[in-house]
Ligand binder design. Sequence first.
Ligand code: F3S
Length: 106
Amino acid sequence: THVVTESCIACRYTDCVDVCPVDCFRQGPNFLAIDPDECIDCAVCVAECPVNAIFAEEDVPSDQQKFIKLNVELARGWPSITKTIPALDEAEQFKDVKEKLHLLVR
Ligand code: F3S
């Protein structure tokens, strides 16, 4: 599977969603998660994310490992998103912020 990591939090650009052939993205208040049961590892979303938040599971950086489980957990409770929507109002402000896990709204 592929995994959405910390850079997405409080930005949620959603460019990734439009290119997904299997609609595996799930929408939370300020983050998207990938449903690992749907993702086919095509990797087309990786290059679409303006903040490089998406990685193949085996390439998730060591400081982002917790996001592997977090995507599984969050995807379970969130609705599907299949079309790109506007980024969050605070996206510009948070796009270069590294530590954002405390901002995640479930
Ligand atoms: Fe998030 Fe990047 Fe998609 S910011 S919503 S993973 S395009």
